[in-house]
Design a protein around this ligand. Structure first.
Ligand code: NAP
Length: 248
C-alpha cells in the first residue's frame, strides 16, 4: 500500500523546484495531485504530461496564490475535478532580497502577499471540504530563515516566521476537527530560487552544512509525504527543519 493512496493533494507553485518534486513524489505514493502555477504554463503542461504517462491523476491550474478570490475559485475547481482535498501544501513562494535601507514597499508587499497571505487564502478555502471530510493535513513550506532571520531578507524572513505562527494557530483551531497543520523549514535546497546566488556563497554554504551538501527538492518532498499521510496522524503544530543540520 502506498502512503498517499487515493488521497487528493493540492500543491501551490509546483511548476518547478520543490513544488514540482512534491508533485512527483506524491504521485509515486499513489496521490491524485492538483497543482498551481503562476506564469510557467509550458512547464506546468509538461509536468502534467510526465506524471500522467505513469498513470498519475494530475491537473495543473493557473492560479495566483496571493489573490483571495483566485484561491476560492481554485478550491471549487479542484473539488469539482477530484471530489475533495485531503492535503494542502502551501509551497508557492518568492524572494525579493534587499537590505532594509533599500527595500521598497513593493518588495515587502509582494513577498508577504505571495508567501504568507497565500497560506491564509488557501487554508480558508480548503476548510470547507476538510471540515466536511472531518480530516485534513495542511503543510506550510516555511524556511530556516523564518526561525533564524537573515540579513538582506527581512521581508522573506518575516513571511516565513509568519507562516510558523499561522501554522500553530491553525493546528490549535482545527485540531478538534481532525485537521492537522505543520510547517516544514527547508535550509539550502538547490533549485532555480538558489541558482541566482553567487557560486562562491553557495560553496561556503555547502561546506558549513554538517551533511556537506545542499538539499535536494526530494529531501523536502519526502517529509511532505510523511506529514500528508496517516503515518503522522498524531503530529500537528510542529515546524520540522529539513536542512542537513544547518540549524539545530
Ligand atoms: P522556485 O524554484 O522559485 O519555484 C517557485 C514556485 O512558486 C514556482 O512554481 C512558481 O510558479 C510558484 N509561484 C510563485 N509565485 C506564485 C503565485 N503568486 N501563485 C502561484 N504560484 C506561484 O522556488 P523553490 O526553491 O522551489 O521554493 C519553493 C518554496 O520553498 C518557497 O516557498 C520557498 O520560499 C521555500 N524554500 C525554498 C528554499 C530553497 O533553498 N530553495 C529554502 C527554504 C524555503 P511559476 O513558475 O509559474 O512562476
Amino acid at each position: 500500500m502506498k502512503l498517499l493512496q487515493d488521497k487528493v493533494v493540492l500543491i501551490t507553485g509546483a511548476s518547478r523546484g520543490i513544488g514540482k518534486s512534491i508533485a512527483e513524489v506524491c504521485v509515486a505514493q499513489g496521490a491524485k495531485v492538483a497543482f498551481t502555477y503562476l506564469s510557467s504554463e509550458e512547464k506546468a503542461k509538461a509536468l502534467e504530461a510526465e506524471l500522467a504517462k505513469n498513470g498519475g491523476e494530475v491537473k495543473g491550474f493557473k492560479s495566483d496564490a496571493a489573490k483571495f478570490d483566485d484561491a476560492q475559485k481554485l478550491v471549487d475547481d479542484v473539488v469539482a475535478a477530484f471530489g475533495t482535498i485531503d492535503v494542502l501544501v502551501n509551497n508557492a513562494g518568492i524572494t525579493r532580497d534587499n537590505l532594509l535601507m533599500r527595500m521598497t514597499e513593493e518588495q515587502w508587499d509582494e513577498v508577504i502577499n505571495t508567501n504568507l497571505k497565500s497560506a491564509f487564502n488557501l487554508t480558508k478555502a480548503v476548510q470547507r471540504p476538510m471540515l466536511k471530510a472531518k480530516a485534513g493535513s495542511i503543510i506550510n513550506i516555511s524556511s530556516v530563515v523564518g526561525v533564524s532571520g537573515n540579513a538582506g531578507q527581512a521581508n522573506y524572513a518575516a513571511s516565513k516566521a509568519g507562516l510558523i505562527g499561522f501554522t500553530k494557530s491553525v493546528a490549535q483551531e482545527l485540531g478538534s476537527r481532525n485537521i492537522r497543520a505543520n510547517a516544514i523549514a527547508p535550509g539550502f535546497i538547490e533549485t532555480e530560487m538558489t541558482d541566482v546566488l553567487d557560486p562562491k556563497v553557495v560553496e561556503q554554504w555547502r561546506s558549513s552544512i554538517p551533511l556537506k551538501r545542499g538539499g535536494k527538492p526530494e529531501d523536502v518532498a519526502n517529509l511532505v509525504v510523511f506529514l500528508g499521510s496517516d503515518m503522522s496522524a498524531y503530529v500537528t503544530g510542529q515546524t520540522i527543519n529539513v536542512c542537513g543540520g544547518m540549524l539545530m
